[in-house]
Design a binder for this molecule. Structure first.
Ligand code: NAD
Length: 255
């Protein structure tokens, strides 16, 4: 990072987002965390002049997306880095997929990124600099059984990212989507535990036989690996990298 920037990271109370927030803070950014829950690491961050802020936000509520950006604009002058990271999973066959869950998944993982992008773009255009990073998934590129809402939202994010890249490009605003396979976070650990119960096998067996079956490297990805990619994409070294999907999948899609 060549300059202190204001970074808004959604869903950063846990997992990948928490690692991204701490990494960008170490890079010298002022960080704003928008999540349903308060993160437990803010007090431990050693401030070196820069600031951190938590704003309780339910991203499924458009009005809260708007007031979040307005508050950052008023208090800190605007958002220079936007990381749309918040998400959740629901596993169910299509014919049983609850319509309310489908709606919520699209609201949190596609509409909120669209709204936040829409609200931060004018300031980024004015400053002639911006970074937008959307947290996609391997499920932005391929499907798996029983995850219709998640997969539809994550595929949609790729289209949003490409459009943002085209419209932001002339203003030196880049937009990219990161597509990880399974990362060791609470979101995945809950799924592994549930599968172990359903299949009647151990957690270790679920990891190796189900979750890592398609992985060439055969190991879970750590949140820090994803956060490093975010840090790089936010740097000035990555100023020509835009509209792209950054796959971190241990070789999953190489076959
Ligand atoms: P996580 O469950 O650890 O963290 C997700 C965060 O999003 C939580 O803090 C949660 O409170 C927040 N969130 C959920 N709904 C929200 C809402 N309505 N408003 C505000 N915040 C909300 O999950 P994670 O594994 O760190 O996932 C982070 C992102 O990475 C998600 O978009 C996920 O789809 C994506 N991803 C995860 C993996 C993985 O294997 N863990 C793989 C690929 C992509």
């Amino acid at each position: 990072m060549t300059q202190a920037r204001v970074a808004l990271i959604t869903g950063a109370a846990s997992g990948i987002g928490a690692e991204i927030a701490q990494t960008l803070f170490r890079d010298g950014c002022d960080i704003v965390i928008a999540d349903l829950h308060e993160p437990d690491f803010l007090a431990d961050l050693k401030a070196d002049g820069q600031r951190s802020l938590f704003v309780t936000t339910d991203l499924s509520q458009p009005a809260q997306c708007q007031s979040l950006v307005e508050r950052i604009s008023q208090e800190w002058g605007g958002v220079e880095i936007l990381v749309n990271n918040a998400g959740f999973q629901h596993v169910s066959p299509l014919e049983d997929f609850p319509e309310a869950v489908w709606e919520k998944m699209l609201q949190v993982m596609l509409t909120a990124p669209f709204l936040l992008t829409k609200y931060v773009l004018p300031g980024m255009k004015q400053r002639q600099w911006g970074r937008i990073i959307n947290m996609g998934s391997i499920h932005s590129q391929v499907a798996s059984l029983n995850k219709a809402g998640y997969i539809a939202a994550k595929h949609g994010l790729v289209g949003l990212t490409k459009t943002t890249a085209l419209e932001g490009g002339p203003f030196q605003i880049t937009a990219n989507v990161i597509c990880p396979a399974y990362v060791r976070t609470p979101l995945v650990e809950q799924q592994i535990a549930a599968q172990a119960e359903t299949l009647g096998i151990s957690v270790a067996e679920v990891e190796s036989e189900v979750f890592l079956k398609a992985s060439a490297t055969g190991r879970m990805i750590e949140p820090a690996e994803v956060a490093s990619m975010v840090s790089y994409l936010c740097s000035d070294k990555a100023k020509s990298i835009t509209g792209a999907c950054w796959t971190i999948d241990g070789g999953w899609t190489a076959q």
